[in-house]
Design a protein around this ligand. Structure first.
Ligand code: NAD
Ligand code: MG
Length: 282
């Protein structure tokens, strides 16, 4: 990842708009063909309006799933993804909410179940980050924000969803390569991502009896609004990976399909590392 050189104040930070990115990210390859791997299933995807979450949403729709798409405020992006889901003949419920509130987390699971009658796949994917080069610059309120947005909702959403999930259903958590190798300018964010790895492993062990699988994806540098809105200098973004480039969201969506469907029936508590070839232990 490139070295950040200037950061806006945390309070000023807003999620980036995907439709304003140059070039716009590729969310799904034009030649991707679904094969009903998720036919009739309902998937709730947080941060589904853009980037990696939007890629998961579009691949799920190609595989026959209906979608509850949760996002913070980027309505134009969310509407565009909804349209593409509907073009696949699937339904898409948009839920605009701030997931840092426990009540909102519960409410969006209930909204999904009210609309579709069930939930089969929960993708905890949304996140934010506030880069800081020194530990001393991480204020109490930033630390709180990072964990209240990036970690607590994974617990609240999952608690609410577990009332509805059944055998063969699945939970997928988005972590990050930074959980495994650290990040000098994202200390609080990478710590939160580490918590998500441990959450995934612990919960997977708890849910084997119920035959609900819990896995995750740990992306490397991917071309999304999160990075564009956070870092000023992106000229060398991703060039330090073995493949020498950043990834596109379209390179992640198929992994979410794999973890959501029965192709991964003997896998739980694991992470898929989609990071351009960086070798990660775990
Ligand atoms: P993104 O900006 O496209 O997606 C993040 C989404 O999170 C936003 O669209 C926003 O709607 C949602 N969000 C943020 N705060 C929220 C809140 N309080 N309530 C509700 N929704 C909220 O970026 P992305 O890169 O696709 O991020 C998806 C996931 O991938 C994140 O968990 C991120 O940490 C992870 N990740 C990304 C990269 C990368 O290089 N892009 C690398 C490693 C991990
Ligand atoms: Mg967005």
């Amino acid at each position: 990842m490139s070295k950040p050189n200037k950061f806006p104040d945390q309070e000023q930070r807003k999620p980036g708009d995907q439709h304003k990115m140059h070039p716009e990210p590729e969310l799904i390859r034009k030649d991707y063909k679904g094969s009903e791997k998720l036919k009739g299933k309902v998937a709730l995807v947080t941060g589904g309006d853009s980037g990696i979450g939007a890629s998961a949403v579009l691949h799920f729709a190609k595989e026959g799933a209906h979608i509850a798409l949760v996002y913070l405020e980027e309505s134009k992006d969310a509407e565009a993804i909804k349209k593409q889901v509907e073009q696949e003949g699937q339904e898409c419920l948009l839920i605009k909410t701030d997931l840092s509130s426990e009540e909102n987390c519960k409410a969006c699971v209930e909204e999904c179940v009210t609309k579709f009658g069930k939930i089969n796949v929960l993708v905890n994917n949304h996140a934010t980050h506030f880069p800081k080069n020194s530990l001393s610059e991480i204020s109490k309120s930033q630390l709180k924000d990072t964990f209240e947005t990036n970690v607590y909702p994974f617990f609240y959403l999952t608690q609410a969803a577990l009332k509805h999930l059944k055998a063969q259903d699945s939970i997928i958590n988005t972590s990050s390569v930074t959980a495994y190798r650290g990040s000098s300018h994202l200390v609080d964010y990478s710590s939160a991502k580490g918590a998500i790895v441990s959450f995934t492993r612990s919960l997977s062990a708890q849910l084997t009896d119920k035959k609900i699988r819990v896995n995750g994806v740990a992306p490397g540098p991917i071309w999304t609004p999160l990075v564009v809105s956070s870092f000023d200098d992106l000229s060398d973004f991703g060039t330090d990976t073995p493949m020498g480039r950043a990834g596109q969201p379209s390179e992640l969506g198929p992994a979410y399909v794999f973890l959501a469907c029965q192709d991964s029936s003997y896998i739980t508590g694991q992470f898929i590392h989609i990071n351009g070839g960086e070798i990660i232990g775990g």
